[in-house]
Design a protein around this ligand. Sequence first.
Ligand SMILES: NC(=O)c1ccc[n+]([C@@H]2O[C@H](COP(=O)([O-])OP(=O)(O)OC[C@H]3O[C@@H](n4cnc5c(N)ncnc54)[C@H](OP(=O)(O)O)[C@@H]3O)[C@@H](O)[C@H]2O)c1
Length: 323
Amino acid sequence: MNVGIIGAGHIAEKAARTLAAMDGMRCLAVGSRSLEKAQAFAARFDVSRAYGSYDELLQDPDIHLVYIATPHSCHFSQTRDAILAGKPCLVEKSFMMNAVETASVLALAREKKVFTAEAMWSRYMPARTMAREIIASGAIGTPHMLTASLAYNVADKERVLKPELGGGALLDLGVYLLNFVRMYCDSPIRELSTSCIRADSGVDASEVITFIHEDGTLSSVQASAFSQSANEGVVAGTTGYLVFDDIINPGCLRICRKRHVVEREIPVPRQITGFEYQFQACADAIRAGRLEPPQMPHAETLYIMHLMDRLRAEWGVPVTGCR
Ligand SMILES: NC(=O)c1ccc[n+]([C@@H]2O[C@H](COP(=O)([O-])OP(=O)(O)OC[C@H]3O[C@@H](n4cnc5c(N)ncnc54)[C@H](OP(=O)(O)O)[C@@H]3O)[C@@H](O)[C@H]2O)c1
């Protein structure tokens, strides 16, 4: 399966390194707004085709999957263009700028029968299934509380600071936390309370979000684009707790009975970078004739985008993008 990458930036490099080490998939082409940049990227990652526009990549008949790796503000038009060109696409998180864009793109994908997926890579990892099995086995009793935080100091990044590029901690980092909650608590959200600290540019810099679920579970998560943190998550049950040493890509899962007493430590399988699972899931779904991957259904991408619109409305942070 030949992948074409749109945008020769930071995360595109990780994707290219991952694809270079995978069996049965490769990065065939990269598209950039600058031909020189595309050529330099292609030379670094052994990619055979370099295009000086995104459109040329979409017209390449040998590309089977387009990976969109640009700022959030670009996703809407680029994903539409890819769908209209008949190209299956894997779109970096956050999928779009808002729920209106998300609903519109997903409707177009359905209408044109083109596979589309959000690259929420934590959803595709074996660690997800492993953790769900541990919880279902009763190893921590009945879960009643989820806590997690995610903080990277990315305040120097233009796309994180600028509202017009879809900046803010929520679309960049908080989206992982909302997915963490949704992956490990099946009970619907009944109540939400939240507050945020805004950056000078107006985007959300740090936030705390608390949910009460229908079954009485409490989830509390914090994100910050202005600090570094351990990025741990905990699912706490009546007889113990499950620790994720990293909520996005855990190195291991730890079952603890009492405070800091580790009963069992379960390593995750060896990986290239962890991105291989999302690429493999897309390949499998496309070969099976699906329009969405089971790991990240469209309905879930849309639900989380609605939640993110609601959170920004509560904070008074403008929801940018097409409406
Ligand atoms: N999965 C993960 O772990 C992870 C981590 C970080 C980021 N991400 C996501 O990946 C996406 C890209 O993030 P990134 O950190 O790679 O971004 P980035 O390096 O700032 O930008 C990526 C590329 O987007 C292209 N681009 C197109 N229009 C642009 C514009 N108006 N301003 C700036 N760049 C523009 C540029 O490529 P050309 O100049 O080549 O056209 C740029 O190099 C975002 O959705 C982000 O949330 C995911």
